[in-house]
Design a protein around this ligand. Structure first.
Ligand SMILES: Nc1ncnc2c1ncn2[C@@H]1O[C@H](COP(=O)(O)OP(=O)(O)OP(=O)(O)O)[C@@H](O)[C@H]1O
Ligand SMILES: [Mg+2]
Length: 257
């Protein structure tokens, strides 16, 4: 692991996510099971960090803790300069407003068109006038201009996923958490989505933490962190990650864009 791979873009930049000695357990009593062990991690503005790891290693659990979707009890978890450990539900809801979530369950409103689903997110910022233009603009960036006025029932799984992505990103949240965002997408759509994310990271300084097994998009990452059995096994640049994994494990053919 080199010192450059995990360093912030500027040595003075404060981290947007600071995890210290975070452990997490599911269940109580005899059923209590530890799924995260002593995780420490910093994510910085403008960084795209990919999280990989075997099924059941705790990736989604870590993502939902950072996203204030469940409460952490042990260790420290600072997100956008707020300590989440010990916060009540109402305060956690407040934190979530600044985070863009891309999870697999789309949760689109079936009675609204693609554009209207995205517009709802824009309305939360109080911007009613420009909402249609913003919605159509972001949908166009991910190849859905022609589907803007379709309802989810008339869209494919990948198109619905892209509407959900547009809705999560339209307000340019400071922190974006994504769980397998490109899994249901073809190569070009997946590329459009990561290009949009790169734009948000580079131009707006958004921090992006993305769980993915999609080797086609590893190249967008500034860092790749690997979670194994609830422990942070490595934190490296994409090149170091590729070098330290077998060709078979990576499916190098997929990695070449
Ligand atoms: N609500 C829950 N109650 C109890 N155990 C859970 C719960 N959610 C997840 N777990 C367990 O915690 C561990 C980590 O699960 P998690 O969903 O974080 O894994 P993951 O790395 O996201 O896996 P995948 O790649 O399959 O999505 C697993 O052993 C899982 O069975
Ligand atoms: Mg998961």
């Amino acid at each position: 692991m080199s010192s450059t791979s995990t360093a912030p873009p500027s040595s003075m930049a404060p981290s947007s996510v600071q995890v210290r000695n975070l452990s997490y357990f599911f269940g109580k009593g005899d059923l209590r099971k530890q799924v995260l062990f002593d995780i420490s991690l910093d994510l910085f503005p403008g960084q795209i960090v990919i999280m990989t790891g075997p099924s059941g290693s705790g990736k989604t659990t870590l993502l939902t803790l950072i996203g204030a979707l469940r409460s952490a009890h042990e260790g420290s978890l600072q997100v956008l300069n707020k300590e989440l450990v010990g916060l009540g539900n109402r305060q956690l809801v407040e934190i979530r407003r600044n985070i863009g979530f891309i999870f697999q369950a789309h949760n689109l409103f079936e009675s609204l068109t693609a554009a209207q689903n995205v517009e709802m997110a824009v309305e939360l910022t109080g911007n009613f006038r420009g909402k249609r233009a913003q919605a159509v603009d972001i949908l166009s960036q991910i190849g859905l201009a022609e589907r803007a006025d379709y309802k989810p029932g008339a869209l494919s799984g990948g198109q619905k996923q892209r509407v959900a992505i547009a809705r999560a990103l339209v307000n340019q949240p400071q922190l974006i958490l994504a769980d397998e965002p490109t899994a249901a997408l073809d190569k070009q759509s997946g590329r459009d989505v990561v290009t949009l994310m790169q734009h948000l990271a580079e131009e707006k300084g958004c921090t992006i933490l993305m769980v993915t097994h999609d080797n086609r998009i590893l190249d967008v990452a500034d860092r790749i962190i690997n979670l194994v059995d609830g422990r942070l096994e490595s934190d490296a640049s994409p090149q170091q990650f590729v070098d330290s994994h077998t060709t078979k494990a990576l499916d190098q053919k997929m990695f070449i864009m």
